[in-house]
Design a protein. Sequence first.
Lengths: 162, 503
Amino acid sequence: MKIKSQKDFFAGLMFLAVGIAFAWGAVTYSVGEGARMGPGYFPLMLGIVMSILGAVLALKATIVETEGGDKIGKWAWKPLAFIILANLAFGVLLGGLPSIGLPPMGLIVGIYALTIIASLAGEKFKLTPTLILATVLAIGSYVAFIWALKLQMAVWPTFITG
Amino acid sequence: MELFSHLSMGFGVAFTPINLLYAFIGCVLGTLIGVLPGIGPVATIAMLLPATYALPPVSALIMLAGIYYGAQYGGSTTAILVNLPGESSSVVTVIDGYQMARKGRAGPALAAAGLGSFFAGCVGTVILAAFAPPLTELAFKFGPAEYFSLMTLGLIGAVVLASGSLLKAVAMIVLGLLLGLVGTDVNSGVARYSFDIPELTDGIGFVAIAMGVFGYGEIIANLATPEEDREVFTAKVQGLMPTKEDFKRMVPAVLRGTAIGSALGILPGGGALLAAFAAYTIEKKTKLQPGEVPFGQGNIRGVASPESANNAGSQTSFIPLLTLGIPPNAVMALMVGAMTIHNIQPGPQVMTSNPELFWGLIASMWIGNAMLVILNLPLIGMWIKLLSVPYKYLFPSIVLFCAVGVYTTNNNTFDVWMVGAFGVIGYIFHKLGCEPAPLLLGFILGPMMEENLRRALLLSRGDWSVFVTRPISAGLLAAALLLLIIVLLPSVKAKREEAFVED
């Protein structure tokens, strides 16, 4: 067996696996019948449909020729890691992490951390323009979210404001 | 005339200072994100949803609608001047628009796009105002079986719209439907797929999915492709006025584009993108007049027609949403989210229970279109400057807005983790060539479909034939089947793939 379209093959496997997982989960709830559907009925149906679609897609990918094998290509680990990390850092700093005893550090600290980490995802990283961008974003967010829209969130670290 | 009394009430609502202000903000934002490549109306509306909590519902919807049709205006600017679609629906505008700019005719191209869009926007609004009431009457005759069939038709329509593999698009819809089922089942109270996480019993946040997949996923994918050199025609825009000759060619193209766009916007699964493609294809089929520039080399009709079509389509795609409560595309799915945030159940009852909202929104679209012409033609220079903002400053800002936006939906960091997770998932979709728009539509329709299927079968005592014995339901299913057959026809299939090649 030779994979003729890498993208389709792995997409098919993904749908197959997720479909089976959902169908599996559905049978742990009461399924019922058409006239009296249980909470498991509709997800079981959809899970089965999705696994079939996934299987057909994967199978088709081993049969139908494509140009150049439809390769998935290299994964962009660097942007992926830094963007997600920036997001996580922002969440942790904004809300705090009680399990390690980190108090909420607030919006402003979060913005600086997010901007710096996210900028590392780009091709060239320069600290000074990034800090300027972070400052602009911090002031802009303060004006837009806190001052104008009056959203409720910690702005400064709680150990300062109390 | 009832229509006029309704419209005058609508204008009364839309002309209040606060609503004019929000229409203006929406139009400016829409143009902004339309001009900037790499960020579309779906991500922007998702970002701004949380910010609309504090606003009155009419103002919120007026602003969000402005973003959608505003993006259709802004997208053409980038397409013409930079050879990049600023917005997915201006993909075909690139072909002839950029060629016109290279020949020093960027001004007339921009004017054709702007004026065409304005005309189409006005017509689209009138169609929306005229067709909404009779369709609402029809909607009241709908039972659960009809709703289920209509949603099936809508989802099939979304598949036809999706670029690339049909099979993948269907699978993405089903995945969306399944993700929509996560959370507490309304009938039995069972928390499905929530893994004992309290936040998940309320379901997955719509904003988290939309921002993760469309915001983060796109950014990661964009950063992975190295920045290419772009030739920007900034200094050369002068003489906006098209010549008399241009007008003669533009006018029929604009009329055709408007007609196609209005029709395709109403169809489930339709909207701005499909409209633009169809309009360009038809324009290319018409005969060239003597002395006319061929298509692909800077024909003004190739700009005027798709730009009119995408704007008309973006207006009329509000019809299924406002009359039936069923979103025909991903942006309208977000509008459902916006309406539910404000405790408005989208559907035929909106017109009777919230007439100010309904007619105010429609009237605001006309005002918004007038604002957009002014924003986009005399003030074009301002937007051109924006095109020089490098992406390296843009993307950290987008990440920040997504993170802040998603946090404020529930003031809970759990949503921030979710948006991160969906960012990874969105990038996986991108790598595997799975288009995410159908997923979002499925996600919104999932709970609605289950509920209507359940009710329909409860009423028929488990007899599935109810879907084909009720005439409206049978008609809708037949339409869905027909749509599927048409797409699968070998000749149409080849054409469709050809049309999406530039995507």
